[in-house]
Design a protein around this ligand. Structure first.
Ligand code: SAM
Ligand code: SF4
Length: 492
């Protein structure tokens, strides 16, 4: 399968290491490791930026750290288990160094604050995703001998003014968060509880960040949000100056009435604005929601060569009754209609998805409908999960998690097998074509090969040629493929 960047298994638990800022250091070392989705990794960069400003340095070795943070994910139960085990290892380091501050950040903070902080005493500080600006104060509180907690969720916080420092990345691809939280209430999902209400970041700060990234040599940005299609920037209030997309420019105008506010920037406008930073900057985005993705967005993708022809459109289930129980607010026919629209407007578009197997009461026939949906779409890639009941969600309150583990596992296996066939098929269809590839670096296996992604997000490996280096685009003629990778030769 094609490795994906938005939830990258290989990055789970990765430590963030940055060059120190040219400032007086406080000679304290921060170790921060992250779990979960790209949004969490992007948040760790914000946390590091806030603390670097206060004189901290980062380290990749927790045994020499003065502050250890673990940025958590609670989307499935095994993610929580992983973090608990890690905290136990950090507790050992704390015995050796009693001044060490250990903290839990992110999505697990709210739910587990009582357990980690008070009962199990595994940590000194617990901080939710909207409270990172408070970290310097909270660390001070811990230094003063107290335990510290701030898990307040905000309706406004977007960290728009904080430019994340990305010195340990490859300098080519960057994630840019365009919104936070989620207002959908999918019955299986903890995100609305852990990350709060949906709010969009102002478009000017997004365009400014992307422009800055481009000027520093980055060539690809991925715009991040739980539901990017509901991105909406309306400005603050009547009488204020609000940014608006005028063609491809960001303009300012006086909002004289509520109607003026209604005309502001939607996701299609934002895509257009970011795509206009430079034709050399590739624009990706994730995640699209089937209920909200509009033809306007699809036409915008079609119109700009540098908006990648790749859409992640989670289906979750192919059966309308299960989708209703999941509270996804679309049914099978609606989802197929959106797929048809993508195929009609952008025929070359790659499509990936998320699938959950064994949701409450799912029958064998309903599971078959997920498989038949996969046959209908022929996804290029899929994330596939067994349903994992999360405390506090609507599903946990309303329905019994009644599908036995072995049935969930068997259904997952069937879905994974089907997806492998489809991924391979989609790659085989590209053999003989020429793909424009953004070179990311040497391939994992050999320094004689470069790797990079095609516009449609397929990994492409080809022999190094002297004329090109990472960060540049090359045309690669695809001559064969494995189950996960396209292989070819540079033709210019
Ligand atoms: N906002 C995105 C959307 O609407 O599809 C995805 C958010 S979630 C972080 C990523 C994926 O995790 C979901 O699409 C879903 O497939 C999976 N997921 C979420 N909660 C889950 C649960 N309780 N059990 C299993 N998988 C889950
Ligand atoms: Fe969770 Fe649904 Fe929101 Fe995605 S859209 S984050 S699955 S509630």
């Amino acid at each position: 399968m094609i490795p994906e960047k938005v939830h990258d298994e290989a990055r789970q638990g990765e430590a963030l290491v940055l060059e120190p800022l040219n400032k007086i250091t406080n000679s304290r070392k921060l170790y921060i490791e992250s779990y979960g989705c790209a949004m969490n990794f992007s948040d760790s960069e914000i946390v590091a930026s806030i603390l670097l400003e206060k004189g901290f340095e980062t380290t990749s070795d927790y045994t020499v750290a003065d502050v250890i943070f673990i940025n958590t994910c609670s989307i499935r139960e095994n993610a929580e288990q992983r973090v608990r085990n890690r905290l136990k290892e950090f507790a050992v380091a704390k015995v050796r160094n009693p001044g060490l501050v250990v903290g839990v950040l992110g999505c697990m903070a709210e739910r587990l604050k009582a357990k980690f902080l008070e009962e199990e005493k595994l940590v000194d500080v617990v901080v939710g995703p909207d409270a990172y600006r408070d970290l310097p104060n909270l660390i001070e509180q811990v230094d003063g001998g107290q335990r510290a907690v701030n898990v307040l969720l905000s309706r406004e916080e977007t960290y728009a003014d904080i430019s994340p420092v990305r010195l340990n990345s490859n300098g080519i691809n960057a994630f840019v968060s365009i919104m936070r939280g989620c207002d959908n209430m999918c019955s299986f999902c903890v995100v609305p509880f852990t990350r709060g209400r949906e709010r969009s970041r102002d478009p000017q700060s997004i365009v400014a960040e992307c422009t800055d990234l481009f000027n520093r040599g980055y060539r690809e940005v991925t715009l991040l949000g739980q539901n990017v299609d509901s991105y909406k920037w309306k400005g603050e209030e009547v009488g204020s100056q609000i940014p608006i997309a005028i063609g491809t420019e960001v303009g300012m105008f006086d909002a004289k009435s509520k109607e003026d506010l209604g005309e502001a920037v939607n996701f299609a406008n934002l895509l257009e604005m970011v795509a206009s930073v430079s034709p050399e900057l590739r624009v990706r985005f994730s995640t699209s929601h089937p209920k909200d993705i509009t033809d306007e967005v699809l036409h915008t993708i079609k119109k700009h060569d540098n908006i990648c022809k790749y859409i992640h459109l989670p289906v979750q289930s192919g059966n309308s009754r299960v989708l209703e129980l999941m509270n996804r607010t679309y049914d099978r026919a609606w989802y197929m209609n959106r797929i048809d629209a993508i195929r009609r407007i952008i025929p070359e578009c790659a499509i990936s998805t998320d699938v959950i197997t064994g949701f409450c009461t799912e029958t064998e026939e309903e599971h078959q409908e997920t498989l038949s949906m996969m046959d209908y779409v022929h996804y290029d890639f899929a994330y596939m999960f067994m349903y994992s009941e999360r405390p506090g969600t609507l599903a946990a309150k309303r329905y019994t998690d009644d599908i036995p583990d072995e049935v969930k596992r068997r259904r997952l296996k069937e879905i994974v097998a089907r997806q492998q066939q489809h991924s391979h098929l989609r790659l085989q269809q590209l053999v003989g074509t020429t793909q424009k590839v953004l070179i990311e670096g040497f391939s994992k296996k050999s320094n004689n090969d470069y790797c990079g992604r095609s516009d449609q997000n397929a990994m492409v490996v080809f022999p190094v040629t002297e004329n090109y280096k990472p960060g540049e685009y090359v045309n690669v003629l695809i001559d064969r493929c494995t189950t996960a990778t396209l292989l070819g030769q540079v033709i210019g």
